[in-house]
Design a protein around this ligand. Structure first.
Ligand code: SF4
Ligand code: SF4
Length: 433
């Protein structure tokens, strides 16, 4: 049997590293979910028939852990109704907009002549009102992450440029093409946290990004290319040799980690007054005719993005939001790009082979590779049987959904999918209390 003792090494397949970011024109129909973040969905501020403008707030944050939502086009609200969503298993309340193609910006979008004099609270409020959430995956509201409890002594800000997920190159391209903007965003966050100089953590497989960020004046730490190097707790261990306690968060060891796309969004909001209504993502895999990195309006349907890239190739059999390890398989291409869409991956033939599941043979490989020192086989069984309280005791919420366990399982058991279900059920149970 193959051994994974030294960790797993999924093929990188970063075939779009050299593709310049290209702006995709927003299509005629846009679907913007009111829930694109961790926490409570936003409350609609518009109704059927209303005219909206680019960057206009159309959903208000509901509570502390929530985030506002903005229109990515100008046009007319066609409907407010539940629509398929790329992350949620059930349809989500969404704003359906017919784009008038005029691209008329909301008057609130204005470049600031100066932001140096803004207070920490003013900066955090701009970030909150701009609807900025973590663009690396969990989509946690950034203003909340930048408000650690008073007893936390934050001394380090790490900007996560690892992008260890195979195939994805959006962060790599952002660093290559907009290093100054990213550095400005990082310095704004450092000011909010009272940290001297941010540390940029970049894997060694991105030499261009490393050299561009260094040339812009960033403090770069080069990391070994290793999966899942980009997970927060792994980064903190690799750079600072600090261990985040089980069930804990990075602020407990004095650290805040922010993703490259998030940092760029902070600069856009603070300097240019632009809320988060578009993002860079990678469209890739053998299942799509053209591949590349695109700047896409939030709310653009996957099918429109795929059409823009020349359409499907023959025999495309798998559509994933994100990469092959941490991404989420989609049943339909009529789901919209949301703030957390880092990529659209289309696979065909062998690459998309979904192994037939066999019973567990107790080989222990999943335990061996788990970077969080969990017992994936047990967590999956407990989740499938609805025993989520027990799964919680075994640390299910510490799972970073890296997919390493599923990758190595010789029995083809969909461990990470089962664990995701367990986490979802546990959150649901907690929210009832
Ligand atoms: S249990 Fe979670 S953290 Fe551990 S290998 Fe599986 S997906 Fe990764
Ligand atoms: S779940 Fe898969 S990897 Fe884990 S012990 Fe069972 S057969 Fe091995």
């Amino acid at each position: 049997m193959k051994s994974f003792k030294g960790g797993i090494h999924p093929e990188e397949n970063k075939i779009t590293t050299g593709s310049l970011i290209k702006e995709m024109p927003a299509p005629e129909l846009i679907v913007i979910p009111f829930s694109q973040h961790t926490g409570a969905p936003a409350k609609p501020l518009v109704k059927k028939g209303d005219r909206v403008l680019v960057g206009m707030k159309i959903g208000e944050a509901e509570g502390y852990i929530s985030s506002p939502i903005h229109s990515s086009v100008s046009g007319k609200v066609k409907d407010i109704r539940v629509m398929p969503h790329p992350v949620s298993a059930i349809p989500v309340l969404s704003c359906v907009i017919v784009n008038d193609g005029e691209n008329e910006p909301d008057p609130s979008i204005k470049k600031r002549t100066s932001y140096d004099t803004l207070s920490v609270e003013e900066l955090k409020n701009i970030i909150k009102e701009a609807g900025i959430v973590g663009l690396g995956g969990a989509a946690f509201p950034t203003n909340v992450k930048l408000s650690p409890p008073p007893e936390a002594h934050i001394d380090t800000l790490i900007i996560n440029g690892a992008e260890c997920e195979p195939y994805l190159t959006a962060d790599d391209r952002l660093m290559q093409e907009m290093p100054e903007r990213i550095l400005e965003g990082a310095n704004i966050i450092a000011k909010i946290l009272g940290v001297k100089e941010p540390i940029f953590a970049i894997e060694e497989n991105k030499p261009e990004a490393i050299s561009k960020m260094k040339a812009a004046g960033a403090n770069v730490v080069t990391l070994k290319t290793k999966y899942p190097q980009g997970a927060e707790k792994q980064l903190i261990k690799a750079i600072l040799d600090r261990e985040v306690p089980r069930g804990g968060l990075p602020f407990m060891v004095g650290v805040v980690v922010q993703n490259i796309g998030t940092v760029k969004a902070v600069a856009d909001a603070v300097i240019y007054g632009e809320p988060l209504y578009k993002r860079v993502l990678t469209v890739t895999g053998d299942g799509v005719k053209n591949r590349g990195n695109l700047l896409v309006a939030v709310g653009t349907l996957f099918k429109d993005v795929i059409d823009f890239m020349g359409g499907y190739t023959d025999n495309t059999i798998k559509l994933i939001m994100g990469g092959p390890m941490m991404g989420i398989s989609q049943k339909t291409d009529t789901v919209p790009v949301i703030k957390g869409t880092s990529g659209i991956l289309l696979l065909k033939g062998e690459q998309a082979n979904i192994p037939h599941s066999e019973p567990c043979i107790n080989c222990g490989e999943c335990v061996e590779v788990c970077p969080m020192h969990l017992v994936p086989t047990l967590l999956a069984k407990l989740s499938e049987n609805g025993k989520v309280k027990m799964a919680n005791r075994w640390g299910i919420m510490d799972c970073i959904e890296c997919g390493s366990c599923s990758y190595v399982c010789p029995a083809g058991i969909k461990l990470v999918q089962a664990i995701r279900l367990g986490k979802y059920l546990l959150r649901k149970e907690r929210s009832k209390k």
